[in-house]
Write a protein that binds this ligand. Structure first.
Ligand code: BG6
Length: 491
C-alpha cells in the first residue's frame, strides 16, 4: 500500500489507525507492506514515531485505559517504509518504483499495489498521471494496481468530468476506488440489508404508504481550522452530492440484482438520475441556504462563521443547505425527500426519518393520531426506531406516541473504528461496491449543479441567517410549512 500524503493528517488520523484495526483483526496478509510517500523531509523512524503516537491517541480516545496491542503494531511498523518525494516530480516516482521493487522482494508482496491518494484534491489528477507514466498502473503477471481517491472529487460537474477523463486515460474504471467515507459507516451499509434482507418493509416502501422522507445530516461543529477550504466549498459541495446523496440513494434505490459492485452502483445511478431537475423558478422554493451567526452549542459559546479563522468577514459561503427533492419514478412519484445538512446546528445527528401515511379513516374523533415514523439513526446512538400510536391505559380511548427501539450497541457492542477499515479492506479484495463509479459522481454533481449556478449568480444577501446551536434557518421551516409539514426536531 502506497500512501501519498504519508506524513499528512488523514494518514495519521484515519488511514493508519484503520490499518492497525485491520491488523488486530488479522485481516492483513503476511505479504503486506506500507510505503509512505510525502514531501516532508523526515527520517523513517521519526515518521513511524509520529504514527505510533497517533495510534496511541486513537486507541485511548474511547477508553483512556486501553492499550495499543504492541505485537500487532510492531507487525505493522516492521512493514513500513518512507519515501521522501515530490508529487509533481517524475523522478520521485522513479525513486518510489525502486523502493517498491525492493519491498516486493523483501516482503513478498506479489507486486499488488494499492495507491492511496491522501493528498489535497488538486493533486488527484496529476498524481494518477504520474503513476501511469511511471508504468506503475500496469497490471500484468496477475498483479493488480488500484488507486483510492479521496473526496472532494471535483468542485462541480465540469471539474468532476474533467478529473474522470484525466484519470481514466491512465487507469481502467475497475482500478479506481472513489471514496465517500459515509459508505464506510456500518449504519449506512445496513440500509441495504434492512431494506432488502427483510421481507416486511419492501411492500410498504413506496408512494402508496410513505408520505415523505426527511434526511438530516446535522453537525454541531463549525468549520474548525478548515476555513480556507470551506470558503470555496460550502455546505452544498462538501456534503450534498456525496454524503447526503449516499443516504438518499440507499433509501430510495430499487433492489439490485445482486450485491455486486456494478449491480448496486447502477441502481444508485438510476435513482439519482430520476431526481427532478430544479429550474430557476423552483430553486428559491426548493433550496434553502444558510450561514451560522454567533450563538452557543449547549453552554459553549460559538462564534459566527464570518469570524472563524481564514473566513472573509463578508463571506457568502453557505454552512447550511436544505432541499426538497422529487424522484420521478414509479416508486416515489409524489413523495418529497427533504434533505438538510449544516454546521453549528443544535447537535450532531445523522438520521433518515420516514413518515408513513395516516390511516384512511380515523376511529378516534377527539384525539389526534400519532404519526408513524421509521427512524434510521446513522450516528450517533446508531439504531432504528419505529414510532407509532398506542392506547393509553385507562377508561378513555386515548392515543399516545410510543417507540420501539433497536440499538446497535445493545446487540453488537461497540468497538473503536474509523469507518475506513471496511473501505480499505474492500479495495484490497477488489470489491468496489462501496465506492463511487464515475457515473455516480457525475450524476450527483449534475443534480446539484443548477442550484450551485443559481446561488453563484445570486449571492446570499441575508447571511448570517441562523444562530449557532439552533435547528437551521427559518426559511427551511417555511419550505416544509408550505407543504403542510414540519421538520422533526434535531434532538
Ligand atoms: C467530511 C466533510 O467529508 O465529512 C466535513 O468535509 C464533515 O465537513 C464530515 O464534517 C462529516 O463526517 P462524519 O463522519 O464526521 O459525519
Amino acid at each position: 500500500m502506497v500512501i501519498f500524503g504519508g506524513a499528512g493528517d488523514l494518514t495519521k488520523r484515519l488511514v493508519v489507525p484503520s490499518l492497525y484495526n485491520l491488523a488486530c483483526s488479522d485481516l492483513l496478509p503476511e505479504g503486506f507492506a506500507i510505503v509512505g510517500f510525502d514531501l516532508a523531509d523526515v527520517a523513517e523512524d521519526a515518521w513511524k514515531k509520529t504514527l505510533t503516537d497517533m495510534v496511541d491517541q486513537f486507541v485511548k480516545a474511547s477508553d483512556a485505559n486501553a492499550e495499543v496491542d504492541q505485537d500487532r503494531w510492531k507487525w505493522l511498523t516492521d512493514r513500513m517504509f518512507y519515501v521522501q518525494g515530490d508529487l509533481t516530480n517524475p523522478e520521485s516516482y522513479q525513486k518510489l518504483k525502486e523502493k517498491l521493487t525492493e519491498v516486493d522482494g523483501s516482503h513478498h508482496t506479489g507486486g499488488n499495489y494499492l495507491f492511496y491518494l491522501a493528498v489535497v484534491d488538486r493533486f488527484f489528477g496529476s498524481t494518477v498521471e504520474q503513476i501511469g507514466k511511471a508504468g506503475l498502473a500496469i497490471e500484468d503477471k496477475g498483479a493488480w494496481r488500484r488507486v483510492v481517491i479521496e473526496k472532494p472529487f471535483g468542485h462541480d460537474l465540469a471539474s468532476a468530468k474533467a478529473l474522470n477523463k484525466q484519470i481514466l486515460s491512465f487507469l481502467d474504471e475497475t482500478q479506481i476506488y472513489r471514496i465517500d467515507h459515509f459508505l464506510g459507516k456500518e449504519t449506512v451499509q445496513n440500509l441495504l440489508m434492512f431494506r432488502f434482507a427483510n421481507g416486511m418493509f419492501e411492500p410498504i416502501w413506496n408512494r402508496d404508504r410513505i408520505d415523505h422522507v426527511q434526511i438530516t445530516v446535522a453537525e454541531s461543529i463549525g468549520v474548525e481550522q478548515r476555513g480556507r477550504f470551506y470558503e470555496k466549498t460550502g455546505a452544498m459541495r462538501d456534503m450534498v452530492p456525496n454524503h447526503v446523496f449516499q443516504l438518499l440513494a440507499f433509501t430510495a434505490m430499487e433492489a439490485p440484482n445482486s450485491l455486486s459492485a456494478d449491480a448496486v452502483r447502477s441502481e444508485k445511478a438510476k435513482v439519482i438520475e430520476a431526481i427532478r431537475e430544479l429550474g430557476p423558478e423552483d430553486i428559491p422554493l426548493c433550496a434553502v441556504r444558510g450561514q451560522y451567526d454567533k450563538g452557543a452549542i449547549g453552554d459553549k459559546p460559538a462564534v459566527a462563521y464570518r469570524e472563524e479563522p481564514d473566513v472573509a468577514p463578508d463571506s457568502t459561503t453557505e454552512t447550511y443547505v436544505a432541499m426538497k427533492l422529487n424522484i420521478d419514478n414509479w416508486r416515489w412519484h409524489g413523495v418529497p425527500f427533504y434533505i438538510r445538512t449544516g454546521k453549528r446546528l443544535h447537535m450532531r445527528k445523522t438520521q433518515i426519518a420516514i413518515r408513513f401515511k395516516e390511516t384512511p379513516v380515523t376511529l378516534l374523533k377527539d384525539t389526534s393520531l400519532a404519526p408513524n415514523w421509521l427512524l434510521i439513526r446513522v450516528q450517533p446512538d446508531e439504531g432504528i426506531a419505529l414510532e407509532f400510536g398506542a392506547k393509553i391505559p385507562g377508561p378513555d380511548m386515548k392515543l399516545g406516541k410510543v417507540k420501539m427501539e433497536f440499538k446497535y450497541e445493545d446487540y453488537f457492542g461497540t468497538k473503536p473504528s474509523t469507518g475506513y477499515e471496511t473501505l480499505i479492506f474492500d479495495v484490497m479484495i477488489g470489491d468496489a461496491t462501496l465506492f463511487q463509479r464515475a457515473d455516480n459522481i457525475e450524476g450527483a454533481w449534475a443534480t446539484v449543479q443548477p442550484v450551485l449556478d443559481f446561488w453563484g449568480n445570486n449571492p446570499a444577501k441575508t447571511f448570517p441567517n441562523y444562530i449557532a446551536g439552533c435547528y437551521g434557518p427559518q426559511a427551511a421551516d417555511a419550505m416544509l410549512q408550505r407543504d403542510g409539514r414540519s421538520w422533526r426536531p434535531i434532538t
